[in-house]
Design a protein around this ligand. Structure first.
Ligand SMILES: CC(=O)N[C@H](C=O)[C@@H](O)[C@H](O)[C@H](O)COP(=O)(O)O
Length: 228
């Protein structure tokens, strides 16, 4: 297990969390490479890391001292479900996750019972990944320590995924007293600032920092010849 879940939360609040992930087939898909990305994030001032899979968490733990929000992605239709079972959460906790992210959208089999089981049997904090205000409020009432806007724009009901982050949802959750993590499609310092102004407790940035393929494609699309 990681360091104590509550003190990990204290270290995350008000900070930038860097999501270091690379899917199968990506040139950076390798646990040692993910750990290097995590170390870069630590040197750059990240407050915490968001890491997919027990294997990557172990590699990251060997290289950094930052709190880890762990998750395990399971393929589902057009996207992934995030840590939908207690068994997956147990593996993440054993690998050293301080906080475990769980998919609490209407598409997930997980419910408030999984939040309770993870908090009580694994002694780690829960980050509920949601896509709407209703889902966020339900997860907060069920005991999640933090609620992330992670899945806004990714459920079947809300496709196609917009280009910009859902800062409005951050504001709506914060206005209801929810400890909200802004996550999903943050690309600029201005957007990070706006999320904190809207009431975010922390902001997660992934691909804009850790995916050179996506970064290249975005900049190449501004060249006259476009991406080759
Ligand atoms: C939808 C989904 O499965 N999101 C995943 C959640 O862990 C990751 O693939 C994202 O990279 C992460 O949320 C950070 O978002 P962005 O890379 O846009 O900054």
């Amino acid at each position: 297990m990681g360091t104590d879940g509550v003190s990990a939360l204290e270290r995350i609040g008000g900070g930038l969390v860097v999501s270091c992930q690379a899917p199968e087939g990506h040139p950076l898909r390798d646990a040692a490479t993910i750990a290097r990305l995590a170390r870069c994030a630590e040197l750059g001032g990240a407050a915490a890391l968001r890491i997919n899979s027990a294997e990557d968490i172990r590699a990251v733990r060997r290289r950094t001292a930052l709190p880890v929000i762990g998750l395990h992605k399971v393929p589902y239709a057009h996207r992934h479900l995030i840590t939908p079972t207690l068994a997956l959460a147990e593996d993440l906790a054993a690998a050293g996750a301080d906080v475990i992210a769980i998919d609490l959208t209407h598409e997930s089999p997980a419910s408030g019972a999984l939040i309770t089981a993870v908090r009580e049997s694994l002694s780690v904090a829960v980050m509920a990944d949601v896509s709407t205000l209703e889902e966020g409020l339900a997860a907060w009432e069920a005991g999640a320590e933090v609620v992330g806007t992670t899945l806004s724009g990714y459920t079947a009901r809300h496709l196609p995924t917009p280009g910009d982050p859902d800062i409005a949802l951050v504001g709506e959750l914060a206005a209801r007293g929810v400890r909200v993590v802004a996550e999903g499609r943050y690309r600029t310092a201005e957007q990070v600032r706006q999320a904190f102004e809207a009431g975010a407790w922390a902001v997660v940035v992934g691909g804009a920092i850790t995916d050179p393929v996506a970064i290249t494609a975005r900049l190449a699309s501004a060249a006259p010849a476009g991406a080759r």
